[in-house]
Design a protein around this ligand. Structure first.
Ligand code: SF4
Length: 166
């Protein structure tokens, strides 16, 4: 049976999903080897889980995010987080060192409608993650390597550090 791939977004700018959309040629090469079941940036057609491989972009910033990521995990055989938001909390994690209620009062005309957690946290703080692909945005070649490796049942050949070493 053709393995299924799903892509989900939490709090993020969509840049890492755009990296995936930019992999058109590589994804075409994978066509027939993988069925894209859920990827709202690319298609409105959505198939329910379970998914063989799920990519998650974005951090957890609301209670609804936390609930959603648990449901995504439950529907996914393998779960890979992509990008700095999903692997480390992203730029939105600056709130972790500030008073979120003060921000809410200053920024929004009706702060009572803004439902947010005091922190932005990586997906791995909430559920088990099989692999974290770092970067902001992620690297296209590394992303294809991760997808290909998981579909082949092998470990991705991608550096596991987030800074460049000579
Ligand atoms: Fe956007 Fe960077 Fe977050 Fe990716 S890691 S979603 S590019 S802010």
């Amino acid at each position: 049976m053709t393995p299924t791939l799903a892509v989900f977004k939490l709090a993020s700018c969509d840049g890492c999903q755009l990296t995936l959309l930019d992999c058109e040629d590589e994804l075409l090469a994978l066509a027939g080897e993988v069925e894209i079941s859920h990827f709202l940036e690319a298609s409105s057609s959505v198939t329910g889980g379970p998914y063989d491989l799920t990519l998650v972009e974005g951090s957890v910033t609301t209670a609804a995010d936390a609930e959603r990521v648990r449901a995504i995990r439950a529907a996914s055989r393998q779960l890979v987080t992509i990008g700095a938001c999903a692997t480390a909390g992203g730029i939105q994690a600056l709130r972790n060192f500030a008073d979120v209620d003060a921000y809410r009062r200053v920024v929004y005309a009706h702060p009572e409608y803004i439902d947010t957690l005091a922190t932005s946290t990586p997906v791995s703080a909430h559920v088990d993650v099989d692999f974290e692909l770092r970067g902001c945005p992620i690297d296209k070649r590394q992303l294809i390597e991760v997808i290909t490796a998981f579909l082949a049942g092998r470990k991705p050949d991608v550096p596991n550090h987030s800074v460049c070493f000579e």
